[in-house]
Structures are given as structure tokens and as C-alpha cells.
Design a protein around this ligand. Structure first.
Ligand code: BG6
Length: 486
């Protein structure tokens, strides 16, 4: 499907997100011939550089696998660079720059305006672009996460942008919702009776949601040290995963029905108590074979920093469907493996044959890498009367659909271009998630230490051990014999 002509305006054009994610995603849309010739891309940055040196610094090839040179040239040919500082620049200068590009391309006036900027300058930028809005065509403004730093700042920000934009023009990004396997959670649940009929407290014992990273803080200490894992990952990505797993069937297939169902989940979260949370901060160690420094020795982080780089959390959704079912969430940096998955662990019952099956059944949604969905079940061990073994039915996404599944940011951009809000958090969801997170942050103690390259702090194991359970790590499904269904 060819998308409508539009001008794409990216604030934060010289930043990492633009180079690593946004421009490569636009490359893929171009390669699929979904962008018209009348789709210029304007990158704005504070640096006073020429278009030529901006393009040279992009080194875009590094971020696109097996790039097609003709498509890269097409992409670069559409990029314009405007030097502009949102805080100190003169608005008429910005409007004149945009107008000159519009005249050059003689395009429709639709605009996709992407704010790849810190949350602290959203308000000022929204006021600046609000003036561009024109009722004869569409203007959509995309806000990168995080949206605020707590409920008070998020409310203030929301009020200020709502005074210049309408809700249908606002797209608040959580890139996890652009991931293929995250969007698949709803299909898995609601398009399959086999799963729909088991998705509740009578069958499910507990649910584990893990986002494990091997990377450290990289070059983002300025932002990360103020934020920490709770605000950087839990407030948005992990709570969105939880919302998709726990929501009631939406009353219709519309974006608003979906977002009503997601917001209801956050409204039902039981406030966290101190005993439900474990925070950690990585010390030095090895990731793979490489030695890495501890968090406080990272560039830009103070020796005294008590920012958490790991969080494990037990929470409950107080709705009839999930009575008594704990949701265990965890995420951290500098851990042993990079992966994200969701595991629904079934109740473990004695079989009428008199044996306790080897392992409880489990549904595993592998968000990354090796995207797929797996189901474990027990089979009889040949010749071994009464004994069972747990095996895996494994749907491998790329084996079936091929390797060209859109990256999260490609789906994000495409949905904005289509004006489809289904994968964008609505304000009521964001407000409720901040309220929950603020409550959590009020009660936590400073983080304990964990070794880089480990599975996280030992206290996180204790959190589950108290309930007679254990974390199921990335490799636990590989110990089960896989039956590949491709
Ligand atoms: C971002 C966080 O939102 O998500 C980063 O700010 C984190 O700290 C990243 O590394 C993880 O995203 P992904 O897609 O690599 O799992």
C-alpha cells in the first residue's frame, strides 16, 4: 500500500535514534515502495553544519543490513538538514526553512513531525509546531518516550500539548508496541480458542515477563542516571506487555477499544509493597568473554550513584480473571543474555494416572531474539513406565514468514502515516502507569549489587522462592526437546 505524500520532520535529527532506527525504517519503507516521491525528510539539529556534512556523518550503511545502494541513494536524496535550536532559535526562521523545503518539493502539506528529543523540551517544541497545523491536511506529532518523569510532570506536559494539538494528532511512542511478537499477543489470545480458553486464573499459575539486556548504560548516562530501570523500562515497556497479556477482550477492533482495555489493566494493578520489589545496580564483571566496568565507573555516572539498573517486581491485577495470579516482571542491563519473553506457567496438577508430570505446561512468547511462540507439554518417556518428559512445540516466526518482518520503528512510523493509534499508548494509560510507578518509587530502598554478566541480584531469586517458584531463564526452554513446526 502506498502511503500519502507528506513531509517528515525529525527533531533530534543528529541523535542516535534518528541514525539507528528512524532513517533505517524509512529506508525499509522506501524499499517496499510505500513512500511517494513527494516525501521529503527534514532532519533538524542544533549543530551548525551543512547538509553535505550531515549526510556524511550519518554513515547510514552501518545501520542497514545488506543495504541496496539505489534505495540508500534515494533515501539520502530526500534528506534535508536544518540547523535549529528549539530552546533558543527564532520560530520565524524555522517556519521559513520548512516553507522553503515545501516549495522545493511542491508537496502536499501533510506533515509527520517526530520529536526524538528529551521530554523536557517536548512542550516548547509542541508550541513551535502547533503553528504549522492546518485543517486542510493532516499533521501528526510523534512524542518519543519517556512522556514525563513522574505523574506531575507528565500531566503538565500533557496539558500543555493538548492546548496546541488535538488528541488525534498526538502519537506517544512505546516502541515495544511496534514489535511483531508484541502485536501478536492479541492475535494469539483472541483468534485462538485453544489459548483464549486457558487464559485465566483457573488454569494459569503465574506469569513471568522478562526483558534482559547485555548492554550497559552506553553513552546515555546523562539521561539514564536520572531515570533508572524503573522509569526507563517498567513504566512503559514492561507495563505495556503486562497490559496486552492481562487485558479483557476489547469490545471492538478499534484503536480506542483496544486502548480502553489496556488502560483498565493498569487501573486494576494492586499498589506495590516494599516486599514486592528488588532493585539492583551492576558491578564489574564479564559479558561473554569481555570484561566490563561497574555502573558507577561508567562515563558520566557519579561514584555515589544509587540509580538502579535492574528491577524485579511482583504485582497483581485485581480483576476477576487474574485473582491470585502473580505477575513477575524483571528487567536489567548488563545481564547474561539479551532476550525478552513472556511465560505463562500453568497450574501443576497430579495426573489421574498417579504421576506428577515432569514440568508444568507453559506458553512462551519470545519477543526477541528468535521471535516465536512455544508451548511445552509432557509426553510419556518410551519404555519408562509412568515417567514423563517435557517437550516443546515451537513456532518460529522467521522460519515461516521469512526474515523481513518490519522492525518496531518501521511499524511505528507506518502506523503514524496511516493515522492508526492502536499501537500508541493513550494519555489515560500513561497517567495511570505513572501513578503506579510513583507509588513504587516512594517505597523502594537503594539498589543492591549484582555482577555484570549474571542473571541479576540473588534477592530477585528470593522474591520468587518466597512463593515456591523460580525464574525461568532464557535457556530453560532449550533444555526441552524442541519439535520445530516452522
Ligand atoms: C529503550 C530504553 O526504551 O529501550 C533503553 O530507553 C533500552 O534503555 C531499550 O536499552 C531496549 O529496547 P530493545 O528494543 O533493544 O529491547
Amino acid at each position: 500500500m502506498i502511503l500519502e505524500s507528506q513531509m517528515i520532520i525529525i527533531f533530534g535529527g543528529t541523535g542516535d535514534l534518528t541514525r539507528r532506527k528512524l532513517l533505517p525504517s524509512l529506508y525499509h519503507l522506501l524499499k517496499k515502495k510505500q513512500l511517494t516521491d513527494c516525501t521529503p525528510i527534514v532532519c533538524l539539529g542544533r549543530q551548525k553544519i551543512t547538509r553535505e556534512s550531515f549526510l556524511k556523518n550519518l554513515t547510514i550503511d552501518k545501520f542497514i543490513e545488506d543495504s541496496d545502494d539505489a534505495v540508500v541513494q534515494d533515501l539520502l536524496g530526500r534528506i534535508e538538514y536544518l540547523s535549529f535550536d528549539v530552546l533558543t532559535g527564532s520560530p520565524p526562521e524555522f517556519y521559513a526553512g520548512i516553507e522553503a523545503i515545501r516549495q522545493k518539493y511542491k508537496c502536499a502539506a501533510n506533515s509527520l513531525i517526530y520529536l526524538a528529543l528529551p521530554t523536557t523540551v517536548f512542550q516548547k517544541t509542541a508550541e513551535l509546531v502547533g503553528v504549522l497545523l492546518d485543517e486542510t491536511c493532516w499533521q501528526r506529532v510523534v512524542f518519543e518516550k519517556p512522556f514525563g518523569e513522574d505523574v506531575v510532570s507528565a500531566r503538565k506536559l500533557n496539558e500543555s500539548i493538548m492546548s496546541v494539538l488535538r488528541e488525534d494528532q498526538i502519537f506517544r511512542v512505546d516502541h515495544y508496541l511496534g514489535k511483531e511478537l508484541v502485536q501478536n499477543i492479541l492475535t494469539l489470545r483472541f483468534a485462538n480458542e485453544i489459548f483464549a480458553s486457558t487464559w485465566h486464573e483457573q488454569i494459569i499459575d503465574h506469569i513471568q515477563i522478562t526483558v534482559s539486556e547485555t548492554l550497559g548504560v552506553e553513552k546515555r548516562a546523562g539521561y539514564y542516571d536520572r531515570s533508572g530501570a524503573v522509569r526507563d523500562m517498567v513504566q512503559n515497556h514492561l507495563l505495556q506487555l503486562l497490559s496486552f497479556v492481562a487485558m479483557e477482550p476489547p469490545r471492538a477492533g478499534t484503536a480506542d477499544a483496544l486502548r480502553d482495555a489496556a488502560a483498565a489493566v493498569i487501573g486494576h494493578l494492586r499498589p506495590v509493597e516494599k516486599k514486592d520489589v528488588v532493585l539492583g545496580q551492576y558491578g564489574s564483571g564479564f559479558v561473554g568473554n569481555s570484561p566490563v566496568v561497574g555502573y558507577t565507573a561508567e562515563d558520566g555516572v557519579s561514584d555515589e550513584s544509587v540509580t538502579e539498573t535492574y528491577v524485579a517486581l511482583r504485582t497483581y491485577v485485581d480483576a476477576p480473571r487474574w485473582q491470585g495470579v502473580p505477575f513477575y516482571l524483571r528487567t536489567g542491563k548488563r545481564l547474561k543474555h539479551r532476550y525478552a519473553d513472556i511465560r505463562l506457567v500453568f497450574k501443576h496438577k497430579t495426573s489421574p494416572l498417579g504421576t506428577i508430570p515432569d514440568e508444568p505446561n507453559m506458553i512462551i512468547i519470545r519477543i526477541q531474539p528468535d521471535e516465536g511462540i512455544a508451548l511445552t507439554f509432557n509426553v510419556r518417556k518410551p519404555g519408562d513406565s509412568g515417567n514423563t518428559e517435557s517437550v516443546l512445540m515451537d513456532f518460529c516466526h522467521h522460519c515461516h514468514f521469512g526474515p523481513n518482518t518490519p522492525e518496531a520503528y518501521e511499524s511505528i512510523l507506518r502506523n503514524v502515516m496511516l493515522g492508526d493509534h492502536s499501537i500508541f499508548p493513550r494519555w489515560d494509560w500513561i497517567e495511570a502507569s505513572w501513578k503506579y510507578i510513583d507509588g513504587l518509587r516512594r517505597i523502594v530502598s537503594p539498589p543492591g549489587n549484582y555482577t555484570a554478566g549474571s542473571e541479576g541480584p540473588v534477592e530477585a531469586d528470593t522474591l520468587l522462592a518466597q512463593d515456591g517458584r523460580k525464574w525461568l531463564n532464557d535457556n530453560s526452554s532449550q533444555q526441552i526437546i524442541p519439535l520445530h513446526l516452522g
